[in-house]
Design a protein around this ligand. Structure first.
Ligand code: ADP
Ligand code: MG
Length: 265
């Protein structure tokens, strides 16, 4: 399998409202490698959400294409598209989007609907994932019985349910207070460092983006600049200590300043 999980080629998206055309994405070329943690920043209206929605196959481009694990998603229709959305992409929303009448476990199980697993297997997987995000013992709680940070951790567990190729998150800490923001950020960092999960987050928070590996800034639907965040330096240090090998599993051992809450698993 290619090292490139997601690739856009000449991606453009225009919206026409009252005879006026807005170019939300303008010939955007982007590559996300397996195991990367990328933050996308940019002012309001710069095209961040449009880009993420197209990457998640929730919306279609006006021109150009998106390759997900080398598959041109533009060519997919109906059930094929649904399957790729379910199996290859884990999406995390700013406002969690949990179903209020289902408990945490049921919300996670719902993501596995239509998979080959039995009811029992889905339930076991949901418990395992909730443990991984530090919510053991909270499986039967409904969203209204959990804090905002806990709800977002349930949403992250749900996004991981089908072991996706990439987690896409649109402002995942945007609705959280400082403490919960730190917990959710550390959880995402740990998933990336310890399990090699590929993560792309949109954020306008400098502190959050600063912890990422790669920081991409959008302006006017194009990439304006690219830089490195703290995680790039940390990974280099892990690799140096591990003898030059950079891989998800080898990163689990060295101590990191971000050990909550995945270590409770
Ligand atoms: P961001 O997430 O960076 O704030 P968006 O991707 O939401 O930016 O929007 C990019 C541009 O596209 C903005 O000018 C926005 O007004 C416009 N836009 C987004 N969605 C629509 C839509 N459904 N219809 C018309 N214009 C849209
Ligand atoms: Mg947005």
């Amino acid at each position: 399998m290619s090292e490139i999980v997601l690739k856009t080629e000449g991606l453009s998206k225009s919206y026409t409202v009252k005879h006026k055309t807005i170019l939300a994405l303008n010939d955007l070329n982007l590559q996300i490698r397996r195991g990367e943690f990328v933050a996308i920043m940019g002012h309001s209206g710069s095209g961040k959400t449009t880009l993420l929605n197209i990457l998640a196959c929730l919306d279609r481009a006006s021109a150009g294409r998106v390759l997900l694990n080398d598959v041109d998603v533009e060519k997919l229709r109906g059930s094929q598209l649904n399957r790729i959305r379910r199996d290859k992409i884990g999406f995390v929303f700013q406002s969690f989007n949990l179903l209020p009448y289902l408990n945490a476990r049921e919300n996670v199980e719902l993501a596995m609907e239509g998979s080959k697993q039995s009811k029992g297997e889905r339930s076991a997987r949901a418990r395992e994932l909730l443990g991984m995000v530090g919510l053991s013992g909270r499986e039967e709680h409904r969203p209204s019985q959990m804090s905002a940070g806990e709800q977002q951790r349930v949403a992250i567990a749900r996004a991981l349910a089908n072991d996706p190729a990439v987690i896409l998150a649109d402002e995942p800490t945007g609705n959280l207070d400082g403490k919960s923001k730190g917990e959710v950020l550390n959880l995402l960092l740990n998933l990336n460092i310890k399990q090699g999960t590929t993560i792309v987050i949109v954020t306008h928070d400098n502190q959050v983006a600063g912890e990422a590996e790669r920081v991409i800034r959008l302006a006017g639907g194009r990439i304006k600049s690219e830089g490195k965040g703290n995680l790039a330096r940390r990974k280099k240090e892990f690799a140096r200590r591990a003898g030059g090998v950079v891989a998800g599993d080898t990163l689990g051992q060295p101590e990191t300043p971000h050990d909550e809450p995945m270590d409770r698993a």
